[in-house]
Design a protein around this ligand. Structure first.
Ligand SMILES: Nc1ncnc2c1ncn2[C@@H]1O[C@H](COP(=O)(O)OP(=O)(O)OP(=O)(O)O)[C@@H](O)[C@H]1O
Ligand SMILES: [Mg+2]
Length: 411
């Protein structure tokens, strides 16, 4: 059993160590607020991923959990016990670092034995645990080698091995895969998923890579400038991003954002983008009615895979009432309102094609099935029409950037 609870955790660095200004961290008389009011209840054996851009406070949070960094304010509990002032080695936590941090003069075996020897584990037990971890990570053949004679991927495996031999209650990983090339990273990601199934441990994993976050996490914590933006399952943060930052950060390629106006007639809401009206579905209208949302300028978000491309022949002037022929592989689009655009380059990604195009004063991206692309083959510079379903619209306040379609948080 190892639950981890963070209650109003803060990290304030002295102001003279002010960061270089790339981040918008809050600065008060107390200093630089690198982590602000961090609240999270991690369940036993849960896999939590902290994700966000460089400098947002991920490592600082992890290091406070490990005890490598003091906690300026708030309470940290492991299995219900207050840990703020417990030294790192008594927290029953292991950490894997980005740069592996192996002892270069020790063999792989000695590196892995080290944490157990420190704890005066009986010899036989050490042997058994190192064998078990080496088998799990498929590094049995490397036990006699020194780190200098290993590849990056092998070193990272040894570092993970050294972290798990103690059977820690909590396993912390700080960007463990970011020094590996793309192929190896994918492979190791799959192995971490396997490892997770075998170890009965709580994982807290830090990355700036949203793909890693989405594939590994039971829940994801998205951070920016020391502040949690959203906590949720991968599906939740993908389908219901709470603000423009999360919407833009999660998902590859990035969500398209259009400027528009939210209109209201009775209990029905619509959005208008460049004179084209898109009605919003019933459930969205219900949310907007219940939150008393007023007519206002908005940002409309549409994921690239939700962009529907249409043939342009039947597009009437200014594109407002296109009666496009549905393409063979596409759901019926007839009658959908469409906006005009101009094709740019396309990239074949395998089963899908990424089309870059220009529309509504900006660069846009659509992801469409390769089969559908075959019947279109838009050349750069060619006109196109595009649309999207009302149910695929994400709606944000232009002023606050907050989602207008999320039910207000229940307190
Ligand atoms: N010892 C320190 N003194 C002052 N500021 C610090 C100190 N350590 C970190 N910071 C600042 O705290 C902020 C958070 O840093 P942190 O290392 O947690 O970011 P991160 O999210 O892990 O970023 P990265 O993805 O680059 O590793 C940064 O602005 C950093 O400059
Ligand atoms: Mg970091």
């Amino acid at each position: 059993m190892a639950s981890v609870t963070l209650k109003h955790i803060e990290k304030i660095y002295p102001a003279q160590d002010k960061p270089d200004g790339k981040q918008n961290l809050r600065i008060s008389e107390e200093g630089v607020h690198a982590v602000e009011d961090f609240n999270l209840e991690i369940k036993d054996q849960e896999f939590i991923v902290l994700v966000g851009p460089s400098g947002c406070g991920k490592s600082t949070t992890l290091r406070m959990i490990a005890g490598l960094e003091s906690i300026s304010r708030g309470d940290l509990y492991i299995d219900g016990t207050l840990m703020n002032n417990v030294p790192p080695k008594e927290r029953d936590i292991s950490m894997v670092f980005q740069n592996y941090a192996l002892y270069p003069h020790m063999t792989v075996q000695e590196n892995m034995e080290f944490p157990l020897k420190l704890r005066k584990t009986p010899k036989e037990e050490i042997r058994r645990r190192v064998q078990e971890a080496a088998e799990m990570l498929e590094i049995k053949d490397l036990l006699k080698r020194k780190p200098g004679a290993l590849s990056g991927g092998q070193r990272q495996r040894v570092a993970i091995g050294r972290a798990i031999v103690r059977h820690p209650k909590v396993l912390l990983m700080d960007e463990p895969l970011s020094n590996l090339d793309a192929k190896l990273r994918n492979q190791m990601r799959a192995e971490i998923i396997q490892l997770r199934k075998q170890l009965k441990t709580t994982f807290i994993y830090v990355t700036h890579d949203q793909t890693e976050a989405m594939t590994l996490g039971d829940r994801i914590v998205i951070m920016k400038d020391g502040v949690i933006q959203q906590i949720g399952t991968p599906e939740e943060v993908y389908d219901h991003p709470t603000n423009l930052f999360v919407a833009g950060f999660i998902g590859v390629p990035k969500m398209n954002f259009f400027k528009g106006t939210l209109l209201k007639t009775g209990t029905e809401y619509k959005v208008e983008i460049e004179d084209v009206i898109f009605p919003l579905p019933k459930d969205a209208c219900k949310t907007l009615v219940s939150s008393g949302t007023l007519v206002q300028d908005v940002i409309i978000g549409v994921r690239p895979e939700n962009i529907l491309l249409m043939q342009t022949e039947s597009l009437t002037q200014s594109g407002s009432t296109a009666k496009a022929q549905p393409l063979p592989t596409q759901p019926a689009n007839a009658g959908l309102r469409a906006l005009p655009g101009t094709a740019d380059v396309s990239e074949l990604m395998g089963a899908t094609v990424q089309l870059h195009f220009t529309a509504c004063d900006g660069d846009r991206t659509a992801v469409i099935p390769a089969l559908q692309w075959e019947s279109m083959q838009l050349q750069p510079g060619q006109p196109l029409a595009f649309s999207f379903r009302g149910s695929d619209i994400h709606l944000f306040s232009e002023t606050s950037g907050k989602s207008l379609l999320r039910e207000p948080e229940k307190v």
